[in-house]
Design a protein around this ligand. Sequence first.
Ligand code: CDP
Length: 222
Amino acid sequence: MRRKPIVAIDGPAGAGKSTIAKIVARELGFLYIDTGAMYRAMTWKMLKCKVNFKDENKIIQIANKTNIELKQLKDKLKVSVDGTDVTKKIRTEIITKNVNTIAAIQGVRKVLRSKQHKIGQKGGIVMEGRDIGTTVFPSAEKKFYLDAKPKERALRRWKELKAEGKRGSLENIAAAIRKRDYRDRNRRVSPLIKAKDAIVIDSTALTLHQVAQKILNEINKP
Ligand code: CDP
């Protein structure tokens, strides 16, 4: 029997990938994997070890020995590092600020890519990140590149933070997103780019459910 499809969703920060990937996975009865959470978890570990961020060899050595687990609970993904629950800890500002330094290291990506492969190779998965359709699963059956105008992405992030009771000016959030996207797009290894065969969806003027529906319609096309 042919395996179930692999659905890859890539795009910049704040484009709505996580929420949409979760809805799509739930509708299809597929597993949902947030690869950004893996890079965040690795960053948490490096900060905990107080490793010098310039010491790539040491970072790769630690990455090879770090056990990251994603467990799908009812409506969220539980993330643990070597048995410690870091689900909330990986969403803090210090992680967001440092994550793309760790994500730009080839040896770290190799470790996480091989993990992502193991999880996804049987299909029946919605995997979201920056390089899923280009590097992790270049032969994924369905690829999407989710984007939105920078102003809208910053506004969404601002609302998210506000809902969590955190503060931050819209200008600062927009600047932080700009910086992170620039670094993700311009790194040497697996930069954020649209896969040639990815379907682009601009979600600026769409609701989450409209975007999810567009993706589901594409997936259900014969
Ligand atoms: O904040 P947001 O949800 O947009 O980002 P994320 O998906 O949690 O990813 C955090 C960071 O991890 C990104 O800015 C990238 O530097 C890195 N990342 C990556 O390099 N490759 C992936 N497949 C996923 C995330």
